[in-house]
Ligand binder design. Structure first.
Ligand code: CP3
Length: 320
């Protein structure tokens, strides 16, 4: 997930060599290398393309920068006039190096290692575009969605169209599955969740499967809680990622009975390590190991995470 790599010395040195974060994303040779680093070191079953969800606003002509230690910064879209002036289409040339990285990674990976492409869900991308940054509960976008419903809906429609094309091309370039990250799904009341998370992601999936009928798609409505049940009923994903706070019995009965589940180790227990980590891993395997399941974190790995704890996790899972 987003912070992946920063716990690895080989990533930090590549990142330094790249200069800007976007340069790393848009230089196929370097994005390929960043994608392959964790596979070489740990032998995971799947790789996730090195990129970021904010390349989409960048391709829409928004200014996007990543300041060291500060997270992303965008020129905010903080009134209806600015929202209505947003470009209706992305510059496809911006994405060409991403597709090239997908092709290169696919060629380099062993046949039994899956490659995941991804994009941000329209709601989550919109929260960064409106506020210009991450905020504790993305209040600026929530307010905008109430106050300027039509202008906000226009932006979401644009993101649906661009993200659909972006995912189709990732699949055509060799991604085995694509994940749609809705990191800020959990800050919305149910009615707003249905309108801004469920509906746009449904549309993206319909668009993608219109082009590639058997495209494999994973949804991640982080923090959705009990709304996960309506999510998997209404959004035709092949799998859903659950965060670490998801309630196991509920997930088994209402989610895993319908689609595969991916997750959901607390990134903080991976940081803590020791017996707490072993216990958390065992709990997850007991909770979800009987159904279709992909072991993963419940959100991104923290940069301070010791490499030894990642190794401990793999041993624990694989030696069962
Ligand atoms: O795991 C990977 O490295 C795959 C690539 C990936 C990145 N971002 C690289 C990245 C993926 C899948 C993402 C997704 C992403 N980006 C999300 C959705 C998933 C999630 O984690 O919630 C979001 C919300 C973003 C936006 C974003 N990008 C934020 C908020 C940040 C700052 C993170 C922080 O804690 O400072 C980024 C930066 C970013 N994206 C980094 C990486 C490796 C770190 C930047 C760096 O190396 O300097």
């Amino acid at each position: 997930m987003r912070q992946a790599g920063r716990y690895l010395p080989e990533y930090r040195s590549l990142r330094e060599r790249a200069g800007s974060f976007l340069n790393l994303c848009f230089t196929p040779e370097m994005a390929t290398e960043a994608t392959l680093q964790p596979i070489r070191r740990f032998g995971f079953d799947a790789a996730i393309l090195f990129s970021d969800i904010l390349v989409v606003p960048h391709a829409l002509g928004r200014t996007v920068t990543f300041e060291a230690g500060e997270g992303p910064r965008l020129a905010p879209l903080d009134d209806a006039a600015k929202l209505n002036a947003l470009a209706t289409d992305a510059d496809d040339a911006v994405f060409a190096p991403v597709y090239e990285a997908v092709r290169r990674v696919k060629r380099a990976l062993p046949a039994n290692v899956a490659l995941l492409g991804f994009c941000g869900a329209p709601w989550t991308v919109a929260t960064y575009m409106v506020a210009g940054r991450g905020t504790p509960d993305q209040a600026p976008a929530r307010l905008m969605a109430y106050r300027e419903r039509d202008a906000f809906a226009r932006m979401i429609d644009i993101l649906v169209a661009v993200s659909s094309r972006y995912l189709v091309e990732q699949v055509r370039a060799g991604a085995d599955a694509v994940q749609i990250f809705d990191t800020w799904a959990g800050v919305l009341p149910p009615f707003e969740f249905a309108r801004w998370c469920v509906e746009p992601v449904r549309q993206i999936i319909a668009n993608v499967r219109g082009e590639v009928p058997d495209a494999k798609i994973i949804g991640f409505p982080r923090g959705a809680g009990a709304s996960l049940a309506s999510y998997v009923q209404q959004v035709p994903v092949n799998a859903v990622t659950i965060d670490w706070a998801a309630e196991p019995e509920f997930v088994r009965e209402r989610v895993q009975s319908k689609v595969a589940v991916q997750g959901n180790l607390d990134p903080l227990v991976l940081l803590a390590g020791g017996a707490a980590l072993d216990r958390a891993i065992d709990e997850i395997l007991e909770n979800f190991g009987q159904g279709p399941f992909i072991f993963n974190l419940g959100h991104g790995i923290l940069p301070e995470t010791p490499i030894a704890h990642v190794e401990q996790t793999l041993r624990r899972i694989r030696n069962r």
